[in-house]
Design a protein around this ligand. Structure first.
Ligand SMILES: *[C@@H]1O[C@H](CO)[C@@H](O)[C@H](O)[C@H]1NC(C)=O
Ligand SMILES: *[C@@H]1O[C@H](CO)[C@@H](O)[C@H](O)[C@H]1NC(C)=O
Length: 362
């Protein structure tokens, strides 16, 4: 009887173990990028003002917790991890500042930091955000640590099956086409997007040399339609066409660059998301996605709730699920959930040459 019970228990454990293993589609996700995927790194940057660890951020997060995510709830990194059957990759700075038990890196790490850009690595001197160059250097530390822990052969297998998600570029465009158009620029927009693509190629190659083989590169959304940029358009409150045009140009360049990389390095695979057109769909056909407000931010003050950023003293909308934008720059949890569904199981032109589900199965 007891033996019977034990074997049943054993069967039960084997079953649940197998199930949870099956649900996990990659060993780890390494996340690089900006506030769209920051899960709390900036909380550790004492001098940074690019933070979201205060209300009303997190109003829809479990426990209404303001974790540092620039969102009313979970962000794109959280939904991506959930789809892959993993917990969200923890912020790198939370792992190094506390007990840096090296096991902590095994399930993936997030290096993403609000305000991060592709260009101008020297900006990180001001300690506002972790520049992409620094994010990649942090990853090199994690890489060395895991190689030591797992051994070279096992570590290479682990890296090659893991997913490297890169979500960045919007801040480069916003900086260039920011507050005023009066200031003369030392570079043309074409030079801007060309150097972004060039820098990005360098970072991807560095990650490749550090074991990465599966890349999810998220293109820049139509940032010209965020409430901050709409608010600058005093003649009609439309999207800032110039920003949008160059977001699209960068995305086209990034897509060609990835095709070229795939020709050069045969053993890489990637999914590129046309975030620009995915977001534009939400804005142009809101009813299809359950949205009723595509212009104004949910949280903030003033015109389009975009004169003053979201803070404890600003108001926020009662229903977050019908707004595309949470604050003057960032989408709502509802928006990014549909976004991740689209790139996970969708098809061209929104995600190409494969979707994320296909990418991780390759
Ligand atoms: C672990 O912590 C020590 C001391 O804080 C630090 O020097 C080291 O770089 C950390 N290790 C990793 C892998 O981050
Ligand atoms: C401002 O919005 C109007 C109406 O949508 C649009 O036609 C115009 O191009 C926008 N202006 C700029 C500078 O983008």
């Amino acid at each position: 009887m007891a033996q019977h019970y034990v074997s049943l228990l054993f069967l039960f454990f084997t079953f649940t173990f197998t199930c949870s293993m099956a649900a996990k589609m990659v060993p780890a996700v390494f996340v690089f990028g900006d506030s769209l995927v920051d899960v709390g790194n900036n909380n550790y940057l004492t001098l940074s003002i690019a933070k979201a660890n205060f209300p009303h951020n997190g109003v829809d997060f479990p426990g209404k917790k303001a974790t540092g995510r620039f969102s009313n709830g979970r962000n794109a990194a959280d939904f991506l991890a959930e789809k892959l059957g993993l917990p969200s990759s923890p912020p790198y700075l939370s792992l190094t500042s506390a007990s840096n038990n090296s096991n902590a890196f095994l399930g993936g790490v997030s290096f993403a930091s609000g305000g991060a850009r592709i260009l101008d690595p020297t900006d990180s001197l001001f300690k506002q955000s972790i520049h992409l160059s620094k994010q990649v250097e942090y990853y090199a530390t994690v890489y060395a640590n895991l190689v030591e822990q797992l051994g070279t052969v096992e570590a290479q297998k682990y890296f090659s099956k893991s997913l490297y998600a890169i979500v960045i570029g919007g801040n480069d465009i916003l900086k260039y086409f920011g507050a005023s158009d009066v200031q003369p620029k030392s570079t043309t927009p074409q030079e801007l997007v060309d150097s972004m693509t060039l820098m990005m190629t360098g970072y991807l190659k560095r990650l490749y040399n550090l074991g990465a083989r599966k890349f999810l590169v998220v293109g820049i959304p139509a940032v010209g339609c965020c409430p901050f940029q709409r608010n600058q358009n005093k003649t009609g409150g439309g999207c800032k066409e110039e920003s949008n045009y160059w977001c699209n140009k960068y995305n086209e360049g990034a897509k060609s660059m990835l095709q070229a990389m795939k020709t050069e390095f045969k053993d890489i695979n990637y999914a590129f998301s046309d975030s620009y057109n995915i977001l534009l769909n939400f804005i142009q056909k809101p009813a299809n996605y359950g949205f009723t407000e595509v212009k104004a931010a949910c949280c903030g003050l003033g015109n389009l709730n975009a004169d003053v950023p979201c803070s404890p003293i600003s108001q926020y909308c009662p229903k977050r699920t019908d707004h595309v934008f949470w604050d003057l720059f960032h989408p709502t949890e509802a928006t990014v959930k549909i976004f991740i569904d689209t790139i996970f199981d969708g098809s061209q032109p929104y995600v190409s040459p494969v979707n994320v589900r296909q990418l991780v199965a390759l």
